[in-house]
Ligand binder design. Structure first.
Ligand SMILES: [Zn+2]
Length: 179
């Protein structure tokens, strides 16, 4: 297997259809080795989607500190993995409700982010701007605290992920020239 491809996770050993062992093989129809089963099922490994929302009100942004690993204690905005039965917009609204207790109306897309190999964790991150329209700020079980911060107070050195930083940077750009 060429080194530039991320190795499939070692726990993916069995076919989800027939439970037979999967084998890593380069098929004539594929451009990289795939996990293949004797029943002809091919297990494609594709990224998962994380959707976040940057809640804002009167020029401030609502940030929270993570109460869970990884990056326990670091600052971020509400976000999480998309459920199988929801849209990206529904996911963004749900995460704001669950993680910081507010209802947001989405304003616009801030950005879509992924990281190049070898850092790529197989994740696509999508971030929206959201105006807080109701609810009282209350940290959910995944947040230690939640706080309104002005743009100049964003804790750039203590953000959870590189993608958190990219999204907040782009959020600042979307605000340029606005009241
Ligand atoms: Zn199979």
């Amino acid at each position: 297997m060429p080194e530039e491809y991320p190795a499939p996770s070692e726990d993916l050993q069995f076919c989800p259809h027939c439970a037979a062992p999967l084998v890593l093989r380069l098929l004539p129809t594929e451009d990289r080795p795939r996990l293949v089963c004797e029943c002809d099922h091919i297990l494609y490994l594709n990224p998962k989607v994380i959707v976040g929302v940057i809640p804002e009100r009167r020029g401030r942004v609502l940030l929270m500190r993570r109460a869970i690993e990884p990056r326990h204690g670091a600052w971020t905005f509400p976000g999480g993995f998309m459920e199988i039965d929801e849209t990206v917009e529904e996911c963004a609204v749900r995460e704001a409700q669950e993680e910081v207790g507010v209802h947001v109306r989405l304003i616009e897309l801030v950005g879509v982010y992924s990281r190049p190999a070898p850092a790529a964790p197989g994740i696509v991150s999508i971030a929206y701007r959201g105006r807080v329209i109701s609810g009282r700020v209350s940290p959910g079980r995944e947040a230690l605290e939640a706080r309104w911060v002005r743009p100049e107070e964003i804790p750039w050195d203590d953000l959870a992920y590189e993608t958190t930083r990219w999204a907040l940077r782009d959020w600042l750009k979307t605000r340029r020239g606005r009241p």
